[in-house]
Design a protein around this ligand. Structure first.
Ligand code: MOS
Length: 725
């Protein structure tokens, strides 16, 4: 089925289950600690052996010797896997550097061996006996120092120029009466998910099954097969529960490959959980950016020129952090230039982390807008409102639905924005300086092909199977809601099986496309099931109503269960509307802070997000998504930073003790408001994703609130207290 709006279904005109706050159906399993995570799949692999990963102690160079003899002879050891003794491996499509390194070493903590033993403790002890000698090469670890060698890189690899430009930016900027020209530094950040990379691998002949933790099942299956030079049909990936991903688990990582190689070597199922100290340098991170923003306006506040250039680094062959993304869409202006530069570096591979690009991009653009408002003597909410655009700047392409102005107005009203003193450093309560800040939020709303299988069971219930994942986002629940809605059964009669590559291929969880796309695929399968049921009953399933466990057409009425068992598959592809419309989500973010006048300590007092993201399928879990994202954005603004050792080339603070993320005491009462919008273009449910919108803007609102409180503008994240003294 192709969704090519504005056709589609009137099934969701008056939904009974969709759009209602619904507790997560996996909630009891999670809250009681019984949800089976990958490392705890005692049900699938009897008597597993344990793998322990050895990471490279240098960032760049060669392994000149890797002596595993003592390790192999250590008690309980079943085998030691290295690049030298493993089968030939092919690099997958989704990782830039080999997951098992040697003799070339391309980053610190790149895996160089897996020790497999009867127990975890034996594997760990033996890993200490692996002796590696290296020839250390020189590496590129300092982003600012690489600026000169960075290449321009565009959004569209086919485009003639990597520069996205419109009008005459230089002339317009030079002649404008009011302008801002600033640089912003955002450090590398870590996904820092609770559940580490973890896999149990088992071979049956030439067939491999991995129980793992991964956001994109089909990508993982194909990439694992490619890496091992085997047919993808012989690989099964199962990932029903995921303890956080944030983009770090979009791709195949070392735990999966090493567990597979270890299981083959030991002739036993092998389980590998990446040791916490390896998590950060072995895997991916959000690359640091140095962003140059130039804004120019007329005296009435109308933007005449927007310039945003972003420098980031990555392993050769890697991608840039697309920090200029929102700057192409958020505000109108006739003259514009956005440009990324990408430097080749030898730090671990950078890759997607929640709202890749836009999350750090807002930390620059939306602070520059605050600076411009001050230079204009204008209210920062009003400045954003008068520069709203309903078309993609420079084109006549419309947004499918865009209510940024409503987000800002409604947010200002609810937050009490009119009480803000526009002059900084004026409001004081004892030792605390008080300030308020605002930022707009933008995040794209992509959709992806998604399929599902649904079955009417003999008992009249509905089963749904799809390889869609739930990374803590609530996929189980919105998928159950969708099937309940379309099949006319209560939510409790729907069971949902996710994360298994034996099921039809879904959109997976990434880029905030999961919710809208995967439910559309389930909708398509349910439409086919209604047809199949109609056929069994001798009526037209497209014309019948499915309500309260009954199928009704004209004066005929059947019990749904009498038609079972019957199953159907369906898939949704998203059609040509993507060429005709820009489909995005929007938000207004507000924040109030108190800053200690003597110590510079920032205390967050209030946060509000007003979100425009189409129909909200489950307001309860959507709210959880947004407040979680706001916490991450507060972390980015105030404390998160992967500190680079520029001599030896690694992230120094490489565990959860040293990589600071917010704790409960850092986070105040948060409020989330969803505008009651329906996007007529995007999906049958008129829904868009929201999981990444919430991390786009709150950090900038916090930075702007700190400025309003103190009169000190810091453009070097995180905004730690030392920078305010
Ligand atoms: Mo998201 S960074 O695509 O998981």
């Amino acid at each position: 089925m192709e969704f090519n709006s504005p056709a589609g279904s009137n099934l969701f005109d008056k939904p009974k289950v969709i759009g209602k706050s619904t507790p997560r159906i996996d909630g009891p399993l999670k809250a009681s600690g019984t949800a089976p995570y990958a490392y705890e799949r005692h049900d699938v692999a009897a008597n597993p052996a344990y793998g322990y990963i050895v990471g490279s102690a240098i960032a760049k160079g060669r392994l000149t010797e890797l002596d595993v003899g003592d390790a192999e002879r250590a008690p309980g050891v079943l085998g030691v896997v290295t690049a030298a003794n493993s089968q030939k491996l092919t690099k997958g499509d989704f990782n830039v550097v080999p997951l098992l390194g040697g003799p070339e070493i391309t980053h610190y903590h790149q895996a160089i061996a897996l020790v497999v033993a009867e127990s975890f403790e034996q594997a760990r002890a033996a890993a200490g006996l692996v002796r590696a000698r290296y020839e250390r090469g020189s590496g590129r670890f300092d982003l600012a120092a690489q600026a000169g060698s960075a290449d321009p890189i565009g959004y569209d690899p086919q485009a003639k120029s990597p520069i996205d430009s419109l009008g005459d930016f230089d002339a317009a900027f030079a002649s404008a009466p009011v302008k801002i020209d600033q640089h912003y530094h955002v450090p590398a950040e870590s996904h820092a998910m609770m559940e580490p990379f973890a896999t149990i691998a088992a071979w049956e002949g030439d067939r491999l099954t991995v129980w793992t933790s991964n956001q994109m099942i089909d990508w993982a299956r194909k990439d694992l097969a490619k890496t091992l030079n085997m047919p993808a049909e012989n690989v099964r990936v199962d990932s029903p529960y995921i303890g956080g991903g944030f983009g770090g688990k979009l791709f195949l990582r070392a735990d999966v490959l090493l567990a597979a190689l270890g299981a083959r070597a030991a002739k036993r199922p092998v389980k590998v959980a990446m040791q916490r100290p390896l998590m950060i340098n072995n895997s991916t991170h959000r690359p640091a950016t140095i962003q140059h923003v130039r804004l120019a306006a007329q005296r009435d506040g109308k933007l005449v020129a927007i310039g945003h250039e972003s420098l980031s680094g990555n392993q050769p062959g890697g991608s840039p952090e697309v920090a200029t993304a929102q700057s192409r869409f958020l505000y109108g202006a006739p003259n514009r230039r956005t440009l990324m530069r990408l430097a080749a570096m030898d730090l671990p591979e950078g890759n997607a982390m929640r709202a890749p690009g836009e999350a750090p991009g807002h930390l620059a653009l939306e602070v520059a807008m605050d600076e411009l408002a001050e230079a204009l003597g204008m209210d920062p909410v009003e400045l954003r409102i008068i520069n709203d655009t309903q078309v993609v700047p420079g084109t006549d392409k419309k947004f499918s639905d865009r209510n940024l102005v409503r987000c800002l107005r409604e947010g200002a009203e609810r937050f009490g924005w009119s009480k803000r003193n526009p002059r900084p450093a004026q409001v004081r309560e004892g030792r605390w300086l008080i300030g308020m800040g605002v930022a707009a939020g933008f995040r794209d709303a992509p959709t992806q092909h998604s399929a599902a299988r649904v079955r009417l069971r003999e008992d009249g219930g509905i089963s749904v199977e799809t390889d869609m994942t739930d990374i803590g986002t609530g996929s189980y629940t919105i998928i159950a809601q969708t099937a309940a809605e379309v099949m006319g059964v209560p939510l409790e009669r729907v069971s949902v099986d996710l994360g298994d590559s034996a099921s039809p291929v879904s959109a997976g969880s990434g880029g905030q496309w999961g919710a809208a796309s995967s439910t559309a695929g389930v909708y398509a399968a349910c439409v086919n099931l209604r047809r199949a049921i109609g056929q069994k009953l001798g009526i037209d399933g497209d014309q019948a109503r499915f309500e309260d466990g009954r199928v009704i057409l004209g004066d005929r009425s059947f019990a749904l269960r009498d038609a079972g068992p019957v199953s159907a598959e369906g898939e949704m592809t998203f059609g040509k509307f993507k060429d005709d419309y820009q489909v995005s989500t929007f938000a207004g973010h507000f924040s109030e802070v108190a800053v200690d006048a003597y110590t510079g300590e920032v205390s967050l007092r209030r946060m509000l997000a007003v979100c425009d993201a189409g129909r909200i399928l489950n307001p309860l879990s959507a709210r959880s998504q947004v407040i979680g994202a706001m916490v991450m954005s507060a972390g980015a603004a105030l404390m998160e930073e992967l500190a680079v050792d520029k001599r030896f080339g690694f992230f120094v603070n490489h565990d959860l003790a040293q990589y600071e993320v917010p704790v409960h005491a850092d986070i105040p009462e948060q409020e989330v408001v969803f505008l009651d919008t329906l996007d007529p273009i995007v999906s049958p449910m008129k829904a868009k994703g929201v999981g990444e919108l919430g991390i786009c803007g709150p950090g900038a609102a916090i930075a702007n609130a700190i400025y309003n409180a103190t009169g000190i503008r810091v453009r070097d994240y995180p905004l730690t207290l030392d920078k305010y003294l």
